[in-house]
Design a binder for this molecule. Structure first.
Ligand code: BES
Ligand code: MN
Ligand code: ZN
Length: 494
């Protein structure tokens, strides 16, 4: 779908959308339109109880005298900032995506806004664009009416120059988000460790340095925890290191680490059949790291960034690890694997240790669909945030509020940590049943960060959505790309 910007004018065809502020307040463009139509717009607003609340849409047959087929009124409410713009753009796109029309023009009228009008327009375009995401490649029989008809969105605003400038960056972030959604949505017979590593290598063409560690190299490094998870699969595990060197030479990087279980059957501690297909999303953390690295490279971020993804398929077979196995991690610490379904923490243990050992980063943030328990705690609204560093946790929380990818901090404490002490090894990979499951996962990871400032984002509830939600259509959300791009932009560039 194409995005364009122009100054406000009446389109000759397609669909026209016009913003309306709280309490049905039309702007200059809207009032002019109402006058031209002999008061039809005011009348329609009255008849529909339309209030102009943010994202409220009134979809009308265009009044006589206009060349367009439909007129959409879209509310922006009283507090119209960037997030409102995102949702307004998304609401417009959702309302017209299958309309049969090819083009929609959204007029950002001259209301009082909480951000510059050019930025508002660009953020509205961003919302529309992100909402337009589709993954149709495996549909071979889609009829025309099941396909989106809209191919172009033009956002009309006086400040077109500002809008275009802001959009140039947002477009790169959108590219990253679409890449994340693509790799997370691909089925598990298509995306497995080697093929996901290939998608990373493909990012060399946008300027990333990419290094793939195979089993041999990981064995040499002593990554027994990661290798143990992969050993029951015919698909060998991989660890991929992506580097973006946009900062000063020698400046320590910031690092992002993703859980990349390309399919999680649970292993020998096998999961029930119902909804097991959901576990193709279990590489969501690594999908976000991959899209984030693409976004940062795309917009040429002025920072040194390392992205690491730990890729394995968790399968049960004759060579799979058993409950009770003891593995030795790269850190030297031994782990009693009491439940093979608590595998994410095992691959991350080696990835986090490797990351801090190899790169001495300013901080590490890991993303993982780690525990079902975080969905019990926080549902789909917030991802769980755990950190050994208040400053990093604060910056992340703030970036979450700014982007709408919200985090909620949960505690870490020695009293939880002792729950993973093992009788036979340095630690076990589970705690007590039904007892602080997400915290236990985080405590386990903390044993592999070695005092590096670190945060863990448990995105099990936010990596995908089962219903359309604003700028995120049903499916893979790419949660974390916008959040972490913002973290880098606000604190680690220039
Ligand atoms: N990938 C799952 C967590 C998950 C569950 C994500 C549901 C999204 C939706 C993870 O590997 C897992 O199986 N965790 C176990 C941990 C338990 C065995 C300690 C869980 O949450 O049940
Ligand atoms: Mn699991
Ligand atoms: Zn898992």
């Amino acid at each position: 779908m194409k995005i364009a910007f122009s100054s406000p004018s009446l389109p000759k065809a397609g669909i026209l959308a016009v913003t309306v502020a709280a309490d049905r307040a039309l702007g200059t463009f809207g009032r002019d339109l109402d006058q031209r139509s002999g008061g039809q717009i005011a009348r329609a607003i009255e008849a529909a109880r339309f209030k102009g609340k943010a994202e409220e849409v009134l979809n009308l047959v265009a009044p006589a005298g206009l060349d367009v087929s439909r007129l959409l009124l879209v509310g922006i409410g009283a507090d119209a900032g960037a997030l409102t713009a995102n949702n307004v753009g998304a609401a417009v796109l959702a309302a017209v995506q299958f309309s049969g029309e090819a083009e929609v023009a959204l007029v950002v009228d001259d209301h009082a806004l909480k951000v510059e009008p050019g930025l508002f327009a660009a953020e509205a375009a961003f919302g529309a664009y992100l909402r337009s995401y589709r993954f149709d490649k495996y549909h071979s029989t889609l009829t025309a009416d099941k396909k989106p008809s809209i191919t172009k969105v033009t956002v009309q605003v006086e400040a077109t120059k500002d809008a275009k400038k802001a959009w140039d960056k947002l477009e790169k972030i959108a590219d990253g988000i679409f890449l994340t959604r693509d790799v997370v949505t691909e089925p598990p017979n298509v995306i497995y460790p080697e093929t996901l590593a290939d998608r990373c290598v493909a990012l060399e063409k946008i300027g990333l340095e990419v290094d793939v560690l195979d089993e041999k190299k990981m064995k040499k490094l002593g990554m027994g925890a990661l290798l143990g998870v992969g050993q029951g699969s015919t698909q060998p595990p991989r660890l991929v290191v992506m580097k973006w060197n946009g900062g000063a030479k020698g400046d320590a990087p910031v690092a992002f680490v993703g859980k990349g279980i390309t399919f999680d059957t649970g292993g020998i501690s096998i999961k029930p059949a119902a909804n097991m297909d959901d576990m193709k999303w279990d590489m969501g953390g690594s999908g976000t790291v991959i899209g984030l690295m693409a976004a940062l490279a795309g917009r040429k971020a002025k920072a040194n960034v390392v992205g690491i993804v730990a890729l394995a398929e968790n399968m049960p077979d004759g060579n799979a690890q058993r409950p009770g196995d003891v593995v030795t991690s790269m850190s030297g610490q031994t782990i009693e694997v009491l439940n093979t379904d608590a595998e994410g923490r095992l691959v991350l243990a080696d990835a986090l240790w490797y990351c801090q050992d190899q790169f001495k980063p300013k901080f590490m943030v890991d993303l993982a669909t780690l525990t079902g328990a975080v969905i019990v705690s926080l549902g789909n609204e917030h991802a769980g945030l755990f950190s050994n560093n208040d400053e990093l946790a604060g910056k992340l929380t703030e970036a979450g509020l700014a982007t709408g990818e919200k985090l909620w901090r949960l505690p870490l404490a020695p009293a939880y940590d002792k729950d993973i002490d093992s009788d036979i090894a340095d630690m076990k990979n589970i705690g007590r049943p039904m007892n602080a499951g997400s915290i236990i996962g985080a405590q386990f990871l903390q044993r592999f960060v070695n005092d590096t400032p670190w945060a863990h984002l448990d995105i099990a509830g936010t990596a995908w959505t089962k219903a359309d939600k604003g700028m995120v259509p049903k499916g893979a959300t790419a949660f974390g790309v916008r959040l972490l791009d913002r973290l880098v932009a606000d604190h680690y560039e220039g």
